[in-house]
Ligand binder design. Structure first.
Ligand SMILES: Cc1ncc(COP(=O)(O)O)c(C=O)c1O
Length: 482
């Protein structure tokens, strides 16, 4: 039993209560801290002992019931406690560790998919960090109030919890089609960009074939290619995007039937495929009889001018398979995106999608329909553009002020990231580690290259931190550069 705090623990409990009360009571870090404190308490008890009631935890730690519920759920999920409705929460019996799992190593064979870097990118940094490493908008840039209203409205729609055709809700396919400029019949709704990429790689190439990827490229594309049993082969880019001459050579050498590219505000470089290269790239792809997967994740993240039209619009023969997602301009958990394909490729994609997860949650699709139909959507995009401009400019000014020898290559006209080249000889991975020790979270450039990187780089995200944090971050980074 744990009816009262021990004298030793009460100081800790008091300190924790102060820390928790200075934050939003149900935010992720409060939940994490409370879960940590309760985990310690559980470790000091015996299996079957009861933890204090939720009400007692609320008053002892000064947190909300929601925070307590989420912390206990977290401990339940990890097997530390068991909650019995109507009785209380008890320390779980400690499971004996597995005795010998070495046989699995033999049974599993090679680890084909390396998601080490992707996993790090997906980690949610703790409180107090200056976050310049994220693929998504900072919380304060996400239209959360609108999403709450849209979700409530969507949940009340007739059939909102029912089934939906595997290709998606017709209204949503039509809404995506209108923004992309294609026929609704060519659109398949997917669960965000990653799921779309994964489906495209599986559907468009036989296994064990090479797939051409821009160098550098989004590391999630590399993982998705590996998961589809494809072999990633890099094709260099420059300030004008993918190089058509080297693309042609790579097709000829490898016999690949698929290339993945981000023509608009590429992650990580921010480059846009130059107007004079668009037709050349399409000609090379057509001559190779190949597919081109166009990942248009940043279309709604334009800062300067207007984004060029999707390459898809210049494709007459079904070579381009197009992908976009709402996770980037809205919020990471609005996991709704669209794949566009024409001809037999569309059927292949639909078949793979059906085999993978039947269909995408209708509720989320209904929320996306609400979003596209609301005057709040264009308002959000306008406000977002101004906020991203302020943050990008603050970061670029900070780099130029605090980090001599570091080159911005080039200043991106959209997207979420700035790609910087470090002075020769600087180890980008070590630099990122040193920065992390000063609570600045940045991405080293190396994982964005499938082969040897030509120079050390960092990817600095301006969308995930406030302007004040961006300024402080470059100041701290200056102390880590030679
Ligand atoms: C270029 C690019 N494509 C696709 C994705 C996948 O995004 P999501 O699955 O969250 O839509 C990401 C995420 O970082 C990305 O950077």
């Amino acid at each position: 039993m744990l009816p009262h705090p021990t004298p030793g623990a009460s100081n800790g409990a008091r300190r924790l209560a102060i820390a928790l009360s200075s934050t939003d009571m149900s935010n992720d870090s409060s939940v994490g801290r409370l879960a940590g404190a309760l985990r310690e308490r559980a470790a000091a008890l015996q299996p079957g002992d009861q933890l204090p009631s939720s009400r007692a935890i609320v008053s002892r730690y000064g947190v909300s019931p929601v925070t307590v519920g989420r912390a206990l759920a977290r401990l339940g999920a990890e097997g530390t406690v068991v909650t019995e409705p109507g009785r209380g929460t008890f320390v779980a019996s400690r499971r004996a560790p597995l005795e010998d799992v070495a046989w699995q190593t033999v049974a599993l064979g090679d680890a084909r998919v390396d998601t080490t870097h992707l996993r790090r990118l997906l980690e949610v940094p703790g409180p107090g960090k200056l976050v310049l490493s994220s693929g998504y908008l900072a919380d304060d840039l996400q239209p959360t109030r609108f999403l709450a209203t849209a979700t409530a409205r969507a949940a009340r729609r007739p059939g909102a919890w029912g089934r939906v055709p595997p290709t998606g809700l017709p209204e949503l396919r039509a809404a995506f089609a209108a923004t992309i400029g294609v026929d609704a019949g060519d659109v398949t709704v997917v669960a965000g960009g990653q799921s779309g990429l994964s489906a495209a790689f599986r559907a468009l190439s036989p296994p064990r074939m090479p797939v051409l990827l821009e160098a550098p490229t989004y590391m999630g594309a590399v993982s998705a290619a590996q998961a589809a049993d494809l072999r990633p082969v890099p094709v260099p880019t420059d300030v004008d995007g993918l190089r058509p001459d080297l693309l042609a050579e790579a097709f000829a050498r490898t016999g690949a039937g698929l290339v993945y590219t981000q023509p608009t505000f590429a992650n990580p470089t921010g480059t846009v495929l130059a107007a004079h290269r668009r037709q050349e790239v399409l000609d090379v792809v057509r001559a190779a009889g190949a597919f081109l997967v166009e990942d248009d994740w940043a279309r709604h993240l334009v800062i300067d001018g207007v984004a060029p039209p999707p390459l898809l619009r210049d494709d007459r023969d079904g070579h381009v398979v197009y992908l976009t997602s709402l996770t980037k301009p809205v919020a990471p958990s609005l996991r709704v995106g669209a794949l566009v394909a024409r001809g037999p490729a569309a059927d292949r994609l639909a078949a793979v999608r059906r085999a993978e997860d039947l269909f995408i949650s209708r509720l989320l699709q209904e929320v996306a329909v609400e979003l596209f139909g609301s005057p709040a959507w264009p308002r959000h995009l306008t406000a977002l553009r101004a906020a991203l401009r302020e943050r990008r400019d603050t970061l670029v000014a900070g780099i130029r002020r605090d980090l001599p020898g570091v080159t911005v290559t080039p200043v991106p006209a959209g997207g979420l990231h700035v790609w910087v080249r470090l002075p020769p000889g600087v180890d980008d991975v070590e630099l990122a580690d040193r920065a992390a020790r000063r609570d600045v979270v940045v991405e080293p450039g190396r994982p964005y290259f499938v082969a040897e990187p030509p120079a050390p780089h960092l990817r600095l995200t301006y969308a995930a931190a406030t302007p004040a944090d961006l300024t402080e971050a470059t100041r701290r980074l200056a102390g880590e550069l030679p």
